[in-house]
Ligand binder design. Sequence first.
Ligand code: PA5
Length: 500
Amino acid sequence: MKTLSFDPIRADVAITEKEKSAALHANALLHNGQGAGNDFLGWVGLPSALGEEELQAIETEAARLRDLAEVILCIGIGGSYLGARAVYEALSDPFNLLHEHPAKPILLFAGQNLSEDYLARLLAAVENRSIAAIVISKSGTTTEPAIAFRLIRDEIEHRYGRKEAARRIVAVTDRSRGALKTLADREGYRTFVIPDDVGGRYSVLTPVGLLPLAGAGIDIRSLLAGACEMERATADGVPFDENPAARYAAVRNILYQQGFMIEILASYEPQLQYLAEWWKQLFGESEGKQGRGIFPASVTFTADLHSMGQYIQEGERTLFETVVSVADPEHRVKIGTAPDNLDGLNFLTGKRLSEINHTAELGVSLAHADGGVPNLRIEIPSIDARSLGTLIYFFEKACGISGYLLGVNPFDQPGVEAYKKNMVALLASPASKRGPKNYAGNCNPLGCCDRRTQEDPTFRPNKTGVKIFVIFTPVFCKTTTIQSKVHCRKPPPTQDIFLE
Ligand code: PA5
């Protein structure tokens, strides 16, 4: 059976024996639990450990939701969102809604932003559709999904009544803790558990991803079969040369040490765009800490050759490119002959579009490598559930290994808290209840100033369109993400003050 392959196809990387054994050691740490973050290693054996009983429970619940609703609203953010979206977008017909009989149910996503327009339009779009909701949050307290859920729950209760709402809402959350779990117990929602030892961005193969995907009619058994295959291919004890995840992790770390700080995940299939979003979260949150880490970026070719192509070819030489290539598309489209041949493309007559796409891929890879952008290549047989399962586990395993090679804990995300603290404190402050206020100049009454104002007393950020922010305590002045923009001349006497 064809399966995923990894090839550092155009990267001038010689992997030493020491580097190979470091990668294998990192892989072993993921299996023996001796590395950092070892209380979050539940995902390592997850594909093969998922029992028939749990799988059936997910499928039964998914079938029940499918019978109930034309649209399933899937509420979550980050790791509680991106995996399901990645697989759903990859496997769904992007033009589904235009068909006379669209495939149902349709999965729509909420809780991944705070956009008023997005949510208003979403609720308006489902006004005449039967709906159900899957709300996903491990902590049960994340602001974005909590707000979206509040509004969607109101809508469901308003439409169907509280009792029926309990049949239409399913919660995926912690086994015993959190506001969502408390609410689900009180309202009698069916619940599915996110295992304690699986962090958000590694959770797509738990009910976090499996329930909404099964709800949308996706073959989650094939997804898991693919993941199992990669679990075996990257098991502890598999030699380095046969372990694609260890090889990918080793190569990207060698490139990082050579100064390639940015990895671009490139694909020639627009349906993989959300897979790239999931990948960015996986690697970005796992590796970007302690002042280290490859910056994960993504492009969809050939579209982005006409936007990012110039930079990739000739910009700063700190990029390397990892192409996810799809061997066989599902459909066949051949180029015809034009009698006038005005576009000069008759030489392509009879060729399949995929042949041209693959040729573009080769041409781009050669050009980018010539331009100083090392090229790595991952090939999957096709965009199907099994291949995606393989790819997901491949990336998860590579990310764990890579994080350990980099010397960080790939399973925490302390930096994510900074914005949450600010946002929640700002929203809760009496000042914010009065609404945003633009203080004259750029110093607030308590002495916190935009640094630019001190350097140039005539500087008025509001004239240049800089927004108004709020800060609250002297501690925040020193320690938050706002730090780069402000500092305090004197300690504020109260808890709540304004800035920017
Ligand atoms: O990977 C992570 O841990 C995060 O991206 C979380 O998944 C995200 O913040 C959502 O958290 P929660 O599931 O607790 O709502």
